[in-house]
Design a protein around this ligand. Structure first.
Ligand code: FAD
Ligand code: DLZ
Ligand code: SF4
Length: 506
């Protein structure tokens, strides 16, 4: 009895379900294929990360005596698609069965329907057991992360005292909105310079994907489980204690702030989510980090990450075409080049091109907020987020983009749009002081584009938002605005949008 065990590029966990019961005659298949490298124009660092981590994973299996069929991108026989390579391996190995772990993306699940007699096993690498989300969602009119998160805390006994949350509250978010004070510099995260195997992949990617946006020069992601664990340990030791206070803060020279930088290795399978939550809880219980930081960190993983995955599988494939606000504008070129006079956008996009990373508030309140206010079409925006971040896979990217940032799902992920004017960005960052635009100006020729776009957005959707109690305040303010001021806002917003649509520098 021979089994062909397929491991996809984001399934690099030693205990992945497809390897359960691995027997001596079995063959493990990993394939580098152009189909996966180009279904969106991935940032070159993301391609390096996935391919290098795959090569390290295969080498570790071989070192344990496992037979691995590893197909490289440059292999002349390579059909360059997952389905093509599984078919070719099945012909070569003639296995009695093909075994794979359920993929993270709908399109791959669809493709698997055509694989020869494949046994698809549940992916166990999440905190929510199979069926948990569906059972929780059953019969509910609205699904809110906060209530799902509480169930997850109870289920796993994390930050609990009996049946009560530690500290008497489930959520300490209100304490986590401080601006970074002048003089406080977050410690630089530990990074991982490329070894020889990674350098070989960097050369390959530089040769084959030169046309993709983003630079490979600064690549130093962890590519093995051991390195990823060391990176996480560095976060717990150096940054976790401040994670909460400055979770929402942004600063021009601080691309990483106090964030964990675990999403890329976590989504590849190099880290295990519950282990991270338990380690963070231990830091709180040992007095190494305060509760607002630890609860905030755990909520991101046990709450948001699990919740968006549940939403994705609950609502796909229909979710992928939602466009509740009827947004139709094309994504402007500066999202790919970073060339813009808006300093906040310049920084968020610039560091994305350099590191394939931006932290959550940059993704949500800078690039996401601009896309929401400017009415950029969700397909383009989804494609951009899926391409440019090293941690991006559709199951986590799409609910965050289409749902949280663009409100294109009509309120499934969030009860209100995360729309904000320049005042919010000014309050949470040091971007505005040195910007070409004036954050205090609403409608003049140098007025911050976020200001007029924000009020124009509220004005465009007044009827819809008037029905939402969480949007009552901005709707009231818009309605109370004098007609000439409203007209000036609309003129300025139209000029900004026209400039953007004509490809002029904004
Ligand atoms: P930290 O801030 O240190 O948080 C710790 C961990 O919590 C993260 O590593 C991540 O695993 C998890 N987490 C935090 N917020 C979220 C969230 N909203 N959804 C899911 N998990 C979360 N995250 C991805 O992993 N892949 C994506 O493709 C992705 N696309 C996004 C697109 C948009 C528009 C937005 C607003 C957010 C997106 N996120 C995505 C969520 C979040 O921004 C990243 O997980 C986070 O910035 C990763 O950096 P970090 O590891 O330093 O996170
Ligand atoms: C993202 C990615 C890339 C860039 N390349 C590969 C690859 O060559 N081979 C592979 O098996 N997986 C790759 N991946 C990850 C897949 O896109 C991912 O497994 C699916 O999207 C399912 O989540
Ligand atoms: Fe961004 Fe406006 Fe501030 Fe400039 S002034 S950094 S465009 S929010």
């Amino acid at each position: 009895m021979t089994a062909l065990r397929v491991v996809l590029g984001d399934q690099l966990s030693a205990d992945i379900a497809a390897l359960d019961g691995l027997a001596p005659g079995d063959v493990v298949l990993l394939v580098e294929v152009m189909g996966e490298c180009t279904y969106v124009p991935h940032h070159p660092q993301k391609i390096v990360l996935v391919l290098s981590a795959m090569r390290h994973f295969a080498a570790a299996l071989r070192a344990k005596g496992v037979t691995v069929r590893y197909i490289r991108l440059d292999d002349p026989e390579n059909t360059q698609s997952l389905s093509g390579e599984v078919g070719r391996a099945a012909e070569a190995v003639k296995p009695d069965e093909v075994i794979v772990t359920a993929p993270g993306e709908w399109r791959v699940r669809e493709a698997m329907q055509g694989w020869p007699d494949v046994q698809v096993r549940e992916d166990r690498r999440f905190c929510a057991p199979p069926g948990f989300f569906a059972a929780w969602a059953d019969g509910k009119v609205t699904l809110r992360m906060e209530f799902f998160y509480r169930e997850m805390r109870r289920q796993h006994g994390i930050l609990m005292e009996g049946d009560r949350p530690v500290g008497g509250k489930w959520n300490f978010d209100a304490e986590n909105r401080k601006k970074l004070p002048a003089g406080l510099r977050p410690p630089r995260p530990r990074r991982f310079p490329p070894d020889e195997m990674t350098r070989e992949v960097i050369a390959l990617v530089a040769r084959r994907f030169a046309a993709h946006y983003g630079s490979v020069a600064d690549f130093d992601y962890p590519v093995t489980a051991a390195a990823a664990e060391a990176g996480f340990r560095d976060f717990v030791d150096q940054r976790l204690k401040n994670f909460g206070d400055w979770q929402d803060a942004m600063a021009a020279d601080e691309p990483f702030m106090f964030h964990a930088l675990v999403s890329a290795p976590l989504n590849l399978g190099l880290l295990e989510p519950l282990t991270l939550c338990r380690a963070a809880e231990a830091a709180y219980r040992n007095g190494e980090a305060p509760l607002n930081a630890v609860e905030g960190f755990i909520r991101q993983i046990l709450g948001w990450r699990e919740f968006v995955r549940g939403i994705y599988w609950h609502h796909m494939p229909e979710y992928g075409s939602r466009n509740a606000l009827g947004a139709t504008r094309k994504l402007p070129e500066f999202y790919w080049t970073g060339r813009t006079n808006m300093r906040c956008m310049d920084h968020a996009i610039g560091q994305t091109l350099r590191f394939a990373y931006a932290h959550h508030i940059q993704r949500l309140m800078i690039t996401g907020n601009f896309a929401l206010l400017a009415g950029l079409n969700p397909d383009d925006v989804d494609r951009w987020y899926l391409a440019v971040y090293a941690d991006a896979y559709e199951w986590v990217e799409m609910p965050n983009t289409r749902g949280m940032a663009l409100h294109a799902d009509g309120g499934i992920v969030g009860s209100k749009p995360y729309a904000a004017s320049g005042a919010y960005i000014n309050r949470m960052s040091d971007y505005c002081g040195a910007c070409h635009y004036d954050v205090k100006d609403l409608a003049g020729p140098r007025a911050c584009p976020f200001n007029s776009l924000y009020w124009d957005f509220i004005g465009r959707h007044t009827e819809r938002f008037a029905a939402n109690p969480r949007m009552a305040m901005p709707v009231r303010s818009w309605r109370a605005m004098a007609a000439p001021k409203q007209a000036a806002v609309r003129r300025r917003a139209a000029a900004v949008l026209e400039q953007m649509e004509q490809g002029a520098e904004l």
